[in-house]
Design a protein around this ligand. Structure first.
Ligand code: FAD
Length: 508
């Protein structure tokens, strides 16, 4: 049972060595790393009433026996599994350990459509593949030769991929890039966007396995937590919202909304980038400029799955994906994914469509009825020969409205450097940061949260005198000042800089 709230005004907070803020993947791996280093005096605090954070599910629709299906609202795939006798994605290792039900996502199992019905344009994928291979080489050159970063859009254009007003090519591009990054190529760094894809899909493997486990994907995170938490363990504090984090170089005080507080030697904050950007939690003193700049430099994408159940499967039940090219708007209800076929919720008549970025913001601000009407119109144009009934169940989450997440996962914008990213990771005194967004190689993925939580836990454990972990010991590096590449004397005529922008001729 949770300890009774303490009266903060008398200065009596619950004392612990490490306060872990957030019970998502990063929070749980941080706690596990502490436990493994024999540091058992910690608490894990989360405002939600479950373990898993952005690994979360809901009950949806009905089976023949009237009971609902479990569908994942957040993370849904094991992305990049591993190679025999080579590195394995730790998330995949956990999936196998807990027997999480999943099925290989066959990205070749796809039919293309436009507003007039089925339309054959998948051959454009070969052209995309050629251009993307050029981007991969270019990303490698930027990294190894220390060249200036460009956007994925720039890289693709230089490689000859210019979809412009060809809406079929736009649909293919969305499928190939936005479906994963949840942001368009112009918002993504070529260097880090491509390197990140390589880290997951080349270093591990290019497989994506889709989870349809009825216990929920987070069963494995619960399983891991139960390895070091006892039943009813009072170190797990769920349904507790952190409002203020008061940090210094010798302790951290965490204030909770219910008036209670926790005093710790260290705190590990695993809140999402969206939470940090929107200042839901107050840090005292204010975080230093290098940290604030890092937080506001990265972007939080939104990835929204809109679930529908029908009383029949009117689409091809052996196909996994249905790509739709809207005639006017790129990314408008672009990919429908069937859960009714073999290997998924077979015979469920469930299909869902994913929207990201701007289109996700639009649907998240619409009523269910408005969105349902739009999706139905699209489906009816894709399947003109079918009399499509109204769905019997309809649901979607609103990630960008969730105060505990403010979006789905992070993306690396063009021109933001590795040093800036390190500033996102680095601790400020005894306040540590970990999570999906702090992962330089695996940002956006579960494995990113896993590695970062573990590293923060190990570093804190090393400072507390726990079993020491090689290089993951002690404080993290940070960069107080990040310089640009242009010196003041280069702002001159030869570079077309022929007026003084500090001069104000318009002043009163
Ligand atoms: C729609 C969607 C689809 C995705 N698809 C995939 C996928 O297929 N494969 C993949 O690998 N990854 C996917 N991801 C990414 C993956 O879910 C994340 O990388 C990972 O779950 C992040 O874990 P985390 O521990 O860093 O953060 P979180 O899971 O966000 O954990 C942080 C915790 O902090 C808590 N918190 C926030 N504010 C407060 C507060 N004030 N007080 C107390 N607690 C607070 C939150 O409740 C949360 O539980 C997806 C994410 C989303 C949203």
């Amino acid at each position: 049972a949770a300890l009774p709230p303490r009266d903060n005004s008398t200065g009596t907070c619950r004392k612990t060595k490490v306060a872990i803020l957030g019970a998502g993947v990063a929070g749980i791996t941080a706690a596990q790393a502490l436990s493994n280093a024999s540091v058992s005096d910690f608490v894990i605090i989360d405002r939600n009433d479950y373990i898993g954070g952005r690994v979360t599910h809901t009950q949806f629709g009905k089976k023949a026996d009237g009971t609902p299906y479990t569908v994942e609202l957040g993370a849904n795939w094991f992305q990049g599994l591993g190679v025999t006798n080579g590195p394995e994605n730790p998330i995949w290792t956990l999936g196998k350990k807990y027997g999480i039900n999943n099925t290989y996502s066959n990205y070749s199992s796809i039919i293309s459509y436009d507003e007039k019905g089925p339309s054959e344009y998948l051959e454009l994928m070969d052209k995309w593949d050629e251009a993307y291979a050029v981007c991969q080489a270019e990303s490698g050159d930027i990294l190894t030769e220390n060249l200036q970063d460009v956007s994925v859009r720039t890289g693709l254009s230089l490689a000859g991929w210019r979809p412009q007003k060809d809406m079929h090519a736009q649909a293919v591009e969305w499928w190939e890039w936005d479906f994963n990054a949840a942001q368009p190529p112009e918002s993504s760094s070529l260097l880090f966007g491509v390197a990140g894809e390589n880290a997951t899909f080349n270093y591990f493997s290019d497989e994506n396995n889709f989870v349809w486990d009825q216990r929920g994907f987070n069963a494995m995170i619960n399983g891991e937590a139960n390895e070091f938490l006892k039943e009813g363990d009072d170190r797990l504090m769920l349904s507790k919202k952190v409002t203020t984090v008061d940090y210094s170089d010798n302790s951290v005080k965490v204030q909770l909304e219910d008036g209670s507080c926790i005093e710790a030697d260290h705190a590990i904050c695993t809140f999402s980038l969206g939470v940090l950007q929107n200042e839901v939690v107050t840090f005292e003193p204010e975080l230093p400029q290098w940290k604030l700049e890092a937080i506001q430099s990265f972007s939080m994408s939104t990835y929204t799955k809109i679930f529908m159940q029908f009383n029949e499967t009117f689409w091809d039940e052996n196909t996994q994906f249905f790509l739709y090219a809207d005639p006017h708007e790129r990314g408008r209800y672009p990919v429908f994914q069937s859960l009714s076929g073999p290997g998924f919720h077979e015979g469920s008549n469930i299909i869902f469509v994913t929207v990201t970025a701007d289109q996700a913001y639009v649907v998240e601000n619409q009523s269910d009825e408005e969105t349902k009407a739009e999706v139905m119109e699209v489906l009816r144009s894709m399947f003109p020969a079918v009399e499509i009934p109204e769905p019997t169940a309809f649901f979607y989450p609103r990630w960008n409205h969730q105060e505990w997440a403010y979006g789905s996962y992070s993306n690396w914008p063009v021109g933001v450097t590795l040093e800036r990213h390190q500033n996102l990771r680095a601790n400020v005194d005894r306040l540590w940061f970990a999570g999906e967004a702090t992962a330089p190689l695996f940002f956006g993925y579960l494995q990113g949260a896993w590695y970062e939580g573990q590293e923060a836990g190990q570093r804190v454990a090393s400072l507390l005198g726990g079993d020491i972990y090689g290089e993951n010991s002690g404080p993290m590096k940070n960069y107080e000042v990040l310089h640009g590449t242009t010196f003041e004397d280069e702002y001159e005529d030869e570079n077309g800089w022929d007026l003084d922008t500090f001069e104000n001729n318009n002043a009163e």
